[in-house]
Write a protein that binds this ligand. Structure first.
Ligand SMILES: [Zn+2]
Length: 105
C-alpha cells in the first residue's frame, strides 16, 4: 500500500482556490466545480503516503503520471466510500476517464 488519498469535493472545500503541488495547475473553487461536474479534473489531498507529503494536493493527471512510472496501490476516500486502487503501468492503467468515473458517482 502506497498510501491514502482523499478526493477533494469542490462543494466541501473551504479554500477559494485549489492548486496542484506538482504541476501548479490552479483553479478557483467555482472553476473546479465545473470541471469536477464535467469529470475533467479532480484533485486529491494526501492523507498518509510514502509518495506525497501530508495534505499535499495532487491533480489526477500528476497522479496518473506517477502511475505510469511504477505500479501504485492506493486507497482513495471519497465522501461516500473508500476504494482500493491498483494501477500497474505494465497491464495498462485505465486512464483518467476510468479513474474519475470510478470516483465520482
Ligand atoms: Zn498536477
Amino acid at each position: 500500500m502506497d498510501g491514502k488519498l482523499k478526493l477533494l469535493n469542490p462543494y466541501k472545500i473551504r479554500a477559494k482556490e485549489i492548486c496542484c503541488s506538482y504541476c501548479s495547475l490552479s483553479y478557483s473553487k467555482e472553476d473546479y466545480k465545473s470541471l469536477f461536474n464535467s469529470r475533467k479534473l479532480i484533485y486529491f489531498r494526501a492523507l498518509d503516503s510514502k509518495l506525497f507529503k501530508r495534505n499535499e494536493k495532487i491533480c489526477h493527471s500528476c497522479f496518473l503520471a506517477l502511475a505510469n512510472e511504477e505500479p501504485l496501490s492506493f486507497e482513495i476516500e471519497t465522501d461516500n466510500f473508500v476504494v482500493g486502487l491498483e494501477i500497474d503501468p505494465d497491464s495498462g492503467n485505465g486512464g483518467s476517464d476510468d479513474l474519475i468515473d470510478g470516483l465520482i458517482t
